[in-house]
Design a protein around this ligand. Structure first.
Ligand SMILES: Cc1cc2nc3c(=O)[nH]c(=O)nc-3n(C[C@H](O)[C@H](O)[C@H](O)COP(=O)(O)O)c2cc1C
Length: 176
């Protein structure tokens, strides 16, 4: 599964996820791309109801993401950098994975992330901490991260090329 935290389907984040999807399909794998911006996903309220291990009490589109998260071999989280962190679209999804805490390692075998920032030297560390925290909570092995900087002056074809190389390298690392 690819969680594509794009704000619209005309941006770089969407392009990255499309290229990643093509890369996996070309290797003969099924890929589901989800777009939280177009889904009904509420914020985690920290109510603590999931502490009994039976999941989240909020009934919304996050159930689709929970299902795929647990059954996918690889989950790739893709976000633009917003104020030196993941976008709020991505963070809203990640906070809902608080359900994993009482359940232990219930995540995919592998996780990876793809990030893009407009600056020549975006601060990727904030987003990395968040993604790694999720991977640790889920019990997933970290496969790698793609950090694309300078999108303010890059073309979609340059972005696509960087994504192709990344998908090739994580596919090899996961022996896909
Ligand atoms: C709210 C907001 C905050 C941003 N903050 C940063 C930032 O901290 N560092 C950076 O390099 N780019 C920042 N950017 C630029 C985006 O990361 C960049 O334009 C990215 O390519 C956007 O991806 P998209 O085309 O999929 O929307 C920000 C953009 C927005 C809208």
């Amino acid at each position: 599964m690819i969680i594509c935290a794009c704000g619209s389907r005309s941006g770089f984040t969407y392009t990255m996820c499309s290229e990643a999807r093509e890369g996996f399909l070309a290797r003969g794998f099924g890929v589901e791309v989800v777009y939280p911006i177009n889904m009904d996903i509420s914020h985690c309220t920290g109510c603590g109801s999931c502490e009994n291990g039976r999941g989240c009490v909020i009934d919304d589109d996050m159930s689709r993401i929970y299902d795929s998260f647990e059954t996918s071999d690889i989950v790739i989280m893709c976000t633009p950098i917003h104020y030196s962190g993941p976008s709020s679209v991505m963070k809203t999804v990640i906070d809902r994975f608080q359900t994993l805490w009482p359940r232990g390692s219930a995540g995919p075998r592998y996780m990876a992330c793809m990030m893009c920032g407009g600056d020549a030297e975006p601060e990727f560390r904030g987003a990395m901490y968040v993604f790694k925290a999720l991977a640790i909570t889920a019990g997933s092995k970290w496969l790698g991260d793609l950090r694309i900087s300078g999108t303010d002056s890059k073309s979609p074809s340059e972005i696509r090329e960087e994504c192709r190389g990344f998908i090739s390298s994580i596919s090899s690392a996961a022996s896909l």
